[in-house]
Write a protein that binds this ligand. Structure first.
Ligand code: SF4
Length: 136
């Protein structure tokens, strides 16, 4: 029986979460990047990545983190949806199936890494800071 893609998505998310934790814990990396399906989707100094995540996947991962400063005990939140089938070459954003901000362009092109500032890049057609599609 093949491994269900939904479970694969959970495993990939946990690995990404672990990767973010590792970066935060070591603090020796001045720059860290978050990747999804083999694509770098966000690249920034560790503190900046945690304080100001700009890619929907990074935001989803950080939203799934349990909080030590919360008295409420919560189950880990999972990001809905399935990862792309990596046997099929992608023609669109790798996160589009799971993204609540996806719009037409996301299904037509792979987003490049956009410079947010000189140390922060994100691979997303949607500008979360401005609340609308990027114009490039
Ligand atoms: S490019 Fe589109 S689908 Fe991909 S993360 Fe950004 S808004 Fe979501």
């Amino acid at each position: 029986m093949p491994f269900p893609r939904e479970k694969l998505a959970r495993v990939a998310d946990y690995l990404s979460l672990f990767s973010l934790f590792r970066s935060d814990f070591l603090q020796s990396h001045l720059i860290d990047c978050n990747s999804y399906a083999g694509f770098i989707i966000e690249d920034a100094p560790v503190k900046e990545l945690f304080a100001n995540p700009l890619h929907p996947y990074t935001i989803g991962l950080l939203g799934a983190l349990p909080r030590l400063d919360s008295e409420e005990s919560k189950r880990l939140v999972s990001i809905k949806g399935t990862p792309p089938d990596l046997l099929i070459p992608l023609q669109h954003c790798p996160f589009a199936w799971r993204c609540e901000y996806a719009f037409d362009r996301c299904w037509e092109e792979i987003p490049p890494l956009y410079d947010v500032d000189e140390k922060h890049q994100t691979s997303c057609f949607y500008d979360l800071e401005k609340g609308g599609p990027r114009h490039d």
